[in-house]
Design a protein around this ligand. Structure first.
Ligand code: SF4
Length: 323
């Protein structure tokens, strides 16, 4: 299956007068048609910056893509004109953002907002646009009689369904969802994730799901990439990475998940805090927090190890632990 998206050696910085924040530091990714990839990491790992780069929405200034390529169906998006970017966001790639309130106009009826978007993107008349909107709303589980309601009349879960509708209006081939269910309670979250999974299959879309939550990714994606300090440190199928995590950071993330029967006091937390992207450590970016660190880790950045399941660590730590 061909790659729909290929990211090569992506570096993104935010540059101000005093500091350079190195948010993304050499990301490589491939997404095939129909693929669903979860990107997991703590706040500040570079997940959202990676996503905004793909959809060409890095705020410039202060953001700059300093190096790399983002190939969408073979075309490097970094050289796109603003007009081409608008077309891309209208037809090829859609993104659902964390904050649903910023995506909807609070003083316009939801159905009308969606109808207007269809009219703009698809160049169809109002009657046909409205028909398409009602059909899509019903597909995502919003009844037609909500067409004339305002955003504040929708619950969190319903609002998220409206945003998914908005993202689907232009038949995207790639959907990027940035923490789409973080604000929802667990039951509603599961329903929305199930809906996304079902829609991805129904519309043969590829999906990139950004989350700090390994559980959310397991419910929705086939593959997972773990990000730390602007780098991917481990990538593989959900099955592989969840049953055999290899990078110490990934292992720490799994150990930090509260288990129902456990006392929260005993919860393992990865010591220290996320590396400061304005003053990254030398060698392996994770070394100040890593309990398996050796001298080499402080000076030399590790190369990738493995084939389908890749890990950026000098040692196959998991195998050593098991041995
Ligand atoms: Fe830890 Fe060294 Fe592996 Fe980095 S390279 S994760 S410091 S063991």
């Amino acid at each position: 299956v061909e790659n729909i998206l290929e990211i090569k050696n992506l570096h993104v910085h935010y540059v101000t007068e005093d500091i350079v924040v190195k948010a993304v530091n050499g990301v490589n990714l491939e997404i095939k048609k129909g693929d669903s990839l979860g990107i997991v990491g703590e706040t500040g790992a570079g997940k959202t910056t990676t996503a905004l780069s793909i959809i060409q929405l890095i705020p410039d200034p202060p953001g700059i893509i300093v190096d790399g390529e983002i190939l969408y169906k073979g075309k490097n998006l970094i050289h796109n004109t603003e007009k081409e970017n608008k077309q891309l966001r209208g037809n090829g790639i859609s993104m659902i953002f964390q904050d649903s309130m910023t995506a909807l106009n609070p003083i316009m009826r939801v159905g009308e907002q969606l109808t207007e978007a269809v009219m703009t993107h698809k160049k169809v008349g109002k009657k046909e646009a409205k028909r398409q909107v009602i059909e899509l709303l019903e597909t995502v589980g919003v009844k037609a009689d909500r067409y004339s309601d305002y955003p504040h009349q929708f619950s969190g879960g319903m609002k998220q369904r409206v945003l998914i509708t908005m993202a689907l209006l232009c038949n995207p081939e790639l959907l990027i969802a940035d923490e789409p269910t973080t604000a929802l309670d667990v039951t509603i979250q599961a329903q929305v994730l199930e809906l996304m999974k079902q829609l991805r299959e129904q519309y043969s879309m590829s999906l990139i799901l950004i989350s700090h939550d390994l559980g959310v990714v397991a419910q929705t994606c086939n593959r997972v990439a773990i990000m730390y300090a602007g780098e991917i440190v481990e990538i593989g199928t959900v099955q592989e990475v969840y049953t055999n995590p290899k990078h110490p950071y990934t292992m720490g993330l799994f150990e930090s998940i509260p288990k129902l029967e456990e006392d929260k006091e005993l919860l393992y937390q990865i010591e220290g805090s996320m590396a400061n992207p304005a003053a990254l450590p030398t060698g392996c970016f994770f070394h100040p927090r890593c309990k398996y660190k050796e001298d080499i880790c402080e000076t030399i950045s590790p190369a990738w190890q493995g084939e389908a399941h890749l890990c950026k660590c000098h040692f196959q730590v998991r195998d050593e632990v098991k041995a």
